[in-house]
Design a binder for this molecule. Structure first.
Ligand code: SAM
Ligand code: SF4
Length: 284
C-alpha cells in the first residue's frame, strides 16, 4: 500500500475524463476566462479508455479501491458507459462514482446504471431558476436537473448525493428550499463551502458562508443530530434530521480543512497525477 510523506494512504482516485463543460459556473469556469478563445485539450490529448484502465490497474495494488469520474462535465465524454463497464471488471475496484451537473443525465442514466455505476453525485446550487442561470452562465434549467434526478431514481440509483456550492449574497438565501425539497427523500444534500480553485473565480473569504452558519440556519427549523463518518477520511460532516427524515452533509474545506485525512489522488484528462486539488503542477 502506498502512503505519502504525511503517512496518508491512497484509497481514492478521481479521474477527470474531459476538461470541457457545458456549464460556465462562475465559481469554476467563468465565461470570461473559459470563452471561445480558451484552448481546451485536443481530443487526441485525452487519455484513452485503455490508458485510464491501465493506470487504474496500476493503482489498485497501491491501495486504490474507489474511483470517481469527474471533469469538466464527465457526461460529455463519449461512451462513458463503456469505461464504467470496464472499470467494473477490474478486481479490487469496489466503488465507482460519478459527479455530474446533471444536464445530460436523463438521457444517459439507464446506460450508466446498466454499466454498473454505483453512485451518483449531482450538483445543484439552488432551486431558483434565475439564480441557477446566474450561477452557471445561463446554460441549464433547474427543472431539467430535477427531472434528471427523477429519471436516475427510476433507473435504480437509490441514494443520490446533491452538491450545493454556497456563495454569500448569491444563493445562500435559497438553501432552505433545497433542504425542504430533499428532506424526507433518500437523497443527501451536501453544502460545500465556496473554495478558491485557482481559476480566476475572484474568490475571497467574504463570499464564503461557513458550514457552521448553514447548520445554525437549518437548526432553527429542523433539529439536527451529528452522525459518525461512514469511513475514515470522509470529507462531509454528516447530520441526521432529528425527526428521522433523512440526512444532510457539509463540506467545510475552507473553515475546517481536512487535508490531514485526505486519501485522494487526481488524474487529469491528459494523464497527469495531482496529489492535491490545489496543486499547481502534476506528474505526467
Ligand atoms: N461538472 C461536474 C459537476 O459540476 O458536478 C463535475 C466537476 S465539478 C468541478 C465537481 C464539483 O466541484 C461540483 O460539485 C462543483 O459544484 C464543485 N466545485 C466547483 N468549483 C468549486 C468551488 N470554487 N468551490 C467549491 N466547490 C466547487
Ligand atoms: Fe462545469 Fe462542474 Fe465546473 Fe460547473 S462546476 S463549470 S458544471 S465543471
Amino acid at each position: 500500500m502506498l502512503n505519502d510523506k504525511y503517512h496518508r494512504p491512497l484509497h481514492d482516485l478521481r479521474i477527470s475524463v474531459i476538461d470541457r463543460c457545458n456549464f460556465r459556473c462562475r465559481y469554476c469556469m467563468p465565461e470570461e476566462e473559459f470563452s471561445k478563445k480558451y484552448t481546451f485539450l485536443k481530443k487526441n490529448d485525452w487519455l484513452s479508455f485503455n490508458e485510464i484502465l491501465r493506470l487504474v490497474k496500476i493503482f489498485v495494488p497501491l491501495g486504490v479501491s474507489k474511483v470517481r469520474l469527474t471533469g469538466g462535465e464527465p457526461l460529455l465524454r463519449p461512451d462513458l458507459n463503456q469505461l464504467i463497464r470496464s472499470l467494473n471488471n477490474i478486481p479490487g475496484i469496489d466503488d465507482i462514482a460519478l459527479t455530474t451537473n446533471g444536464l445530460l443525465l436523463a438521457e444517459q442514466a439507464q446506460k450508466l446504471h446498466d454499466a454498473g455505476l454505483h453512485r451518483l453525485t449531482i450538483s445543484l446550487d439552488t432551486l431558483d431558476e434565475k439564480i441557477f442561470a446566474q450561477m452557471n452562465g445561463g446554460k441549464g434549467e433547474v427543472k431539467n436537473i430535477l427531472a434528471a434526478i427523477k429519471t436516475a431514481e427510476k433507473v435504480g440509483f437509490k441514494s443520490i448525493k446533491i452538491n450545493t456550492v454556497v456563495q454569500k449574497g448569491i444563493n445562500d438565501h435559497t438553501l432552505m428550499d433545497l433542504v425542504e425539497y430533499f428532506r424526507a427523500t433518500p437523497h443527501v444534500i451536501r453544502f460545500i463551502e465556496y473554495m478558491d480553485v485557482g481559476n480566476c473565480n475572484h474568490w475571497d473569504m467574504t463570499s464564503v458562508v461557513s458550514s457552521a452558519e448553514i447548520i445554525k440556519q437549518i437548526r432553527q427549523k429542523y433539529p439536527l443530530k451529528e452522525l459518525a463518518p461512514n469511513y475514515d477520511g470522509e470529507v462531509a460532516e454528516r447530520y441526521a434530521f432529528a425527526d428521522g427524515k433523512g440526512e444532510v452533509g457539509f463540506v467545510s474545506s475552507v473553515t475546517q480543512p481536512f487535508c490531514g485525512s485526505c486519501s485522494r489522488a487526481r488524474l487529469s484528462t491528459d494523464g497527469k497525477i495531482y496529489t492535491c486539488l490545489f496543486a499547481e503542477n502534476g506528474t505526467d
